[in-house]
Design a protein around this ligand. Sequence first.
Ligand code: FAD
Length: 396
Amino acid sequence: RRYDVVVIGGGFGGATAAKYLRKFEPKLSVALIEQNRVFHTCPFSNLVIGGLRPLNAIAHNYLALSKRWGIDVIHQRAGRLNPSARTVRLADGPEIGFEKAIVSPGVDFDFQAIEGYGRPAMRTMPHAWKAGPQTRELRDQLREMEDGGLVIIAPPMDPFRCPPGPYERASMIAHYLKTRKPRSKILILDPKTTFSKEALFKQAWERLYPGMIEHLNAADDGRVVRVDPDRLEVETAFGARYRGAVVNIIPPQFAGVIAGNAGLANEDGWCPVNPVTFESRMARDIHIIGDAAIAGAMPKSGFSANSQGKIAALNVAAALTGRDPVAGSFANTCYSILAPDYGISVAKVYRTTDDGIVGVEGSGGLSPMDADAGFRAAEAHYAQGWYEAVTADMFT
Ligand code: FAD
């Protein structure tokens, strides 16, 4: 069968784009190909790991997209995407045709980057960088760990999905350990020299979890180069070895494999796009959004993907109905929850210029340092509001 638009990937970018295509232009036929029947959001998955929420609190389904919005939701893995034939093959055989495709497959992992960290190691040293079974695995390992153990977290180099995510995770694990296993410690082995909202995180760690979290960066030999999953051991560039009770390795990432296989990614593994329409620079009529796309100054976040999904939908609908494209304005706020009543955020507005997507000067900002408890509690509350609003925007 042939559709006006096929959307591949039903996460933050794809679910939003599919819904807004039908909202902007109800006469377009739209299919959404998503391999999972239940989508677990990465946002708030750290709260599940920290014991603040059950796993089903971050689970969403596609019923409203199919019933209310009239999208053909196809729960299968998309195999070969052929941009010149404008077809995509489903895992169970049939081929689907389209006039245009919007591709939002998120990320996949570079299993070559860290010696010893292949697919089998994912079970013993979960990355939990896609939510669902991996989130449960990491949470359960923490629950089973004895008091006094060492939890190792190894974030990747930039660019990666959710720059503040590993540090929110460290905070949520610290919250869990402080309340349940207070003799335990956390070691973050980081290959970078700085990280998102660093001063705010470090101030919070001193206040909330004194002496519990140690952070080693690139200059402190923080880069993990080798792991031994059987011994739960990691080794750094200069040969230091650490053995954890729980080890969370977050490998380097690239655009979801379907994009690379279709020739849509550059040598670094990410997809160059036109910043107005999100059309691929490598193939006509294929639009790429979310983590997989190179979207100028915008970070790889769910908020960004949601924001891009609307502009891509608008411009794809425009192209199919003979209207001119519209340059977008985008927003992003990344909240991090560091304790039940302690939130921080970074926010920015973005717009498209001749230089691509750039941050608007004077917009957004960071939560202030030294804010009082009431301020931090309010931000934790706003984070909850954001989560409810964005998931309603995607799935209802
Ligand atoms: P995804 O949302 O991952 O969606 C991709 C979808 O495509 C998936 O459902 C996948 O199953 C599907 N798919 C892929 N390939 C195929 C295929 N071949 N066939 C069929 N289906 C396919 N962002 C925020 O804004 N705020 C936060 O607080 C936040 N917290 C985070 C915390 C953590 C721990 C992590 C890891 C991330 C967090 N993020 C947050 C980032 C956010 O999750 C991602 O940026 C966002 O999911 C990107 O959207 P996407 O559409 O590119 O990919």
